[in-house]
Design a protein. Structure first.
Length: 345
């Protein structure tokens, strides 16, 4: 038994604790929001992909501009961001709280916008990032022994989505319903993804597709396979796949779709059919439909797209775990990967 197996499967309590921590900090978060306008999420690595999705949800819910910035890009090109934002609020998610690019990027933004307030979510609370923050919320429960971010990624994303849920009762209710059912969904998902991995043992590359508020988490779905299973992985907006990249899809490809539901379903189903026609194995995670997919996971219609995206990431983590085992790899310690990066910036 590898550490990563338990860290992927047993996320329910960590997710619920994360939700409770954000709700308990409601007053401080509301104070952080007051006086600001644009939300600027600064992150790197997997946390950046979580930020891409969170920015969409925060912008929609709070009726403001919300941006996800790669910390490394801000460090290398600070003048690109001068005068770009209106009364920015800085949001910083991090597992370690010690990634040098993120720390430097926040310092750069604070120089450009001295009045900007920083809210951080940090798994390792005693960190430099916590010290740079006006409000730092410690999320210790999803710490991993293994190198790859799995449950910590999901908790950091949920924390940012929960900020939006403070202002959106429907989102809050949907996410809470998802969390209450997560343990059952996780056990079912692990069993089914082990079966998918065995059924399509010929697969050697993954293509993850999605759109809208789910797209950042779709990218992470590809990234965890790249990292943990050390397999080639790509990610595209749903309709983008047919604009050239479809030529790379074949009998050794798994195409995994995160569905937005509603009117998008028809176009998503068509895209999976095209991938299947090219020889790919297909998997869909959504609300309904996808009868022709090789494997389809369905969630209740009333749950938000953010919940579907979280479950999609979980399933990709499970797939990456079993694929690593199938390939004779150690899912806890893939290659020379390290938990966080420190460079001289």
């Amino acid at each position: 038994m590898y550490h990563s197996y338990a860290e992927i499967l047993n996320q329910s309590e960590a997710l619920k604790n994360t939700w409770a921590a954000v709700m308990a900090a409601r007053e401080g978060i509301v104070n952080w929001l007051e006086g600001g306008q644009d939300i600027v999420i600064v992150a790197c690595g997997s946390s950046y992909w979580a930020s891409l999705s969170a920015a969409q949800t925060l912008g929609r819910t709070l009726k403001t501009n919300a941006w996800a910035l790669k910390a490394g890009d801000l460090v290398m090109h600070p003048t690109l961001y001068e005068g770009r934002f209106r009364r920015p609020l800085i949001l910083a998610p991090s597992r370690s709280g010690s990634t040098s690019e993120q720390l430097k990027a926040i310092q750069v933004l604070k120089q450009l916008y001295p009045e900007a307030k920083v809210l951080s979510f940090v798994v390792y609370g005693d960190s430099r990032l916590a010290g740079l923050s006006d409000l730092s919320i410690h999320l210790p429960w999803p710490r991993e022994t293994s190198v790859c971010q799995t449950r910590s990624f999901n908790c950091l994303y949920l924390a940012m989505a929960a900020v939006a849920a403070l202002k959106d009762q429907q989102l809050a209710q949907g996410l809470q319903a998802f969390l209450e059912d997560f343990d059952r969904l996780a056990h079912d998902g692990m069993v089914r993804m082990e079966r998918v991995c065995g059924r399509f043992s010929q697969v050697s590359s993954l293509v993850a597709i999605g759109s809208g508020v789910q797209y950042g988490l779709v990218i992470e779905g590809a990234y965890i396979a790249i990292e943990m299973a050390q397999m080639p992985g790509n990610y595209y907006q749903v309709l983008e796949l047919r604009h050239g990249p479809i030529v790379t899809v074949g009998k050794q490809t798994l195409v995994a779709l995160c569905s937005a539901g509603g009117e998008a379903t028809r176009l998503e189903e068509q895209m999976l059919k095209e991938a299947a026609a090219a020889g790919a194995a297909t998997l869909a995670v959504g609300y309904e439909g996808f009868a022709e997919a090789d494997e389809a996971f369905h969630l209740p219609q009333g749950w938000p797209q953010e919940a579907v995206a979280l479950y999609f990431v979980f399933l990709m983590q499970a797939y990456a775990y079993y694929k690593a085992l199938q390939s004779g790899l150690d899912p806890d310690k893939p290659g020379d990967l390290i938990p966080f990066i420190t460079i001289d910036v």
